[in-house]
Design a protein around this ligand. Structure first.
Ligand code: ADP
Ligand code: MG
Length: 262
């Protein structure tokens, strides 16, 4: 009945006795884009990895729609199909053409007919400006192009929610905006997302809500215009000040466009 897609309830996670997530709760509604920012090592990746079951949690609960997904082992692959994730490093199979990389999940895991998926894949590749690379090998693509393919691959699984973990962090600066523009397109098209990023201008442009994670707890939460301009805590103020230079660059590079059907 609710339009809540994801509910994380008081989760805790330790590594070797060190509390990395120390009681994190959050909810993401359908179509909402939540950006998670915070200093390196504060637990952002761990949080995303716990959400899609790559890490087990010590306590707390995680729900997708109204279904509890934490603490499950048997059918974890079914849960993961509904939660798309893209990481910093593109992990396309190098010996397989872009199209074969894209066909793999939807045909094998979802059992969709190849022709249907191929048609969808070509359409999406065109939207991200890569139709001409459909039958190329990954090594002929730039880093930015590979990340756009990775986004298409995740979307072809038709996930309930997409988790993005610093997907531009390994890219040369000139490729960052071409990838972030695709994410902005997805956001405008109504895709539900949780995004970890250090690109603050992008974060402000794309977020419906911002969470500031610090030392395993959500220290601040707010609308982007509030968080980025009038942060409530001294810690968030200091964190944001360290990005002043970067944000100027981003502002000139990112040109929101809307060709993802929204
Ligand atoms: P962030 O993504 O915010 O930079 P992470 O979630 O990657 O932070 O890491 C948070 C903390 O947890 C760090 O201190 C990191 O060293 C530790 N950590 C993450 N994964 C593991 C792991 N598999 N084993 C041990 N420690 C880990
Ligand atoms: Mg990380």
């Amino acid at each position: 009945m609710s339009d809540t897609i994801l509910r994380v309830q008081d989760i805790h996670k330790s590594f070797d006795g060190a509390g990395v997530l120390r009681g994190v709760s959050l909810e993401i509604r359908e179509g909402e884009v939540v950006v998670i920012v915070g200093p390196s090592g504060c637990g952002k990746s761990t949080l995303l990895r716990c959400i899609n079951g790559l890490e087990t949690i010590d306590s707390g609960e995680i729900y997708l729609r109204d279904e509890k997904i934490s603490g499950r082992t048997k059918d974890l692959h079914l849960v993961r199909q509904k939660i798309g994730m893209v990481f910093q490093s593109y992990d396309l199979f190098p010996h397989m053409k872009v199209m074969d990389n894209l066909l793999l999940g939807p045909t094998k895991a979802l059992g969709r007919p190849k022709q249907d998926v191929e048609k969808d894949a070509l359409e999406m590749l065109e939207r991200v400006g890569l139709k001409e690379k459909a039958y190329a090998l990954p090594r002929t693509l730039s880093g930015g192009q590979k990340q756009r393919v990775a986004l298409v691959r995740a979307m072809l699984m038709r996930p309930e929610i997409l988790l993005l973990d610093e997907i531009t962090a390994a890219l040369d600066p000139e490729m960052v905006s071409e990838v972030l523009n695709v994410v902005i397109d997805l956001a405008r098209g109504g895709i539900t997302m949780a995004i970890v990023t250090h690109e603050m201008r992008f974060a402000e442009a794309v977020a419906d809500r911002v969470l500031f994670l610090e030392d395993g707890v959500i220290l601040e939460e707010g609308k982007p215009e509030e968080f980025f301009h009038t942060p409530q805590t001294e810690r968030a103020r200091r964190f944001l000040q360290s990005f002043t230079y970067v944000s100027k660059r981003d502002q000139s590079e990112i040109q929101p466009k809307n060709n993802f059907g929204g």
